[in-house]
Unconditional design. Structure first.
Length: 205
């Protein structure tokens, strides 16, 4: 693809690095931005720059936040003794949209995947185990994707907290095996949270 401008080429190269965006789509997006009022394009670039520089991760649950403690963790109406364990922030958004979970969250930041070189120490597992050790958690809800990596991560955490007085459950398998939570419809995901089963029982399925 030939470009008449190096500036245009650079912009297309940067946009094409986004997931699901090829060079042709990137070119269409960049040309669209060029047609918009300058203020709109500058506003977009400023929003992205500010987000990248100022955004934080909640010191308690590792969710994306504007403050050190996210809105969910700082909400006095949430059940602090029930924690839903998820892979990433998109899963928090998906479950929140169901309005079925009244507790808190813990974002692992991924799942154990030896093939990708991701081990337990690359995830936010230690801080989760520390919460359990403090004795303030009554239940952990494992809400990771129904994949081999998700199940492996669930089992690893389960072994780490054995011996502590905490109930463990996993979302009901209304979510198809191999599906990612962010693609599940809200009704199915909500029912999976409400109809969760003891984690030990899931090991026998």
């Amino acid at each position: 693809m030939e470009f008449s401008s190096k500036l245009l080429e650079r912009a297309v190269n940067e946009v094409s690095q986004l997931p699901g965006i090829g060079r042709r789509t990137a070119l269409r997006l960049v040309l669209h931005l060029l047609k918009q009022p300058k203020e709109q394009t500058v506003g977009l670039s400023d929003a992205l720059k500010t987000m990248r520089e100022a955004i934080k991760f909640c010191k308690s649950c590792h969710n994306i936040s504007d403050l050190e403690l996210c809105e969910i963790c700082s909400n006095p109406n949430r059940k602090e003794d029930v924690i839903c364990v998820v892979e990433d922030v998109r899963d928090v958004m998906a479950i929140e949209n169901t309005a079925s979970h009244k507790g808190l969250y813990h974002v692992l930041g991924g799942k154990i995947s030896p093939m990708d070189g991701i081990g337990p120490h690359d995830l936010n597992v230690t801080t989760l185990v520390e919460k359990v050790k403090e004795g303030k958690v009554k239940e952990l809800i494992f809400a990771l994707s129904s994949t081999m990596e998700g199940d492996t991560t669930n089992f690893y955490i389960f072994k780490q907290i054995q011996g502590y007085k905490v109930q463990t459950s996993t979302i009901a398998r209304g979510i198809s095996v191999g599906d990612e939570l962010e693609y599940a419809d809200e009704i199915t995901l909500g029912r999976s949270i409400i109809n969760r089963i003891p984690f030990e029982s899931s090991l026998k399925l």
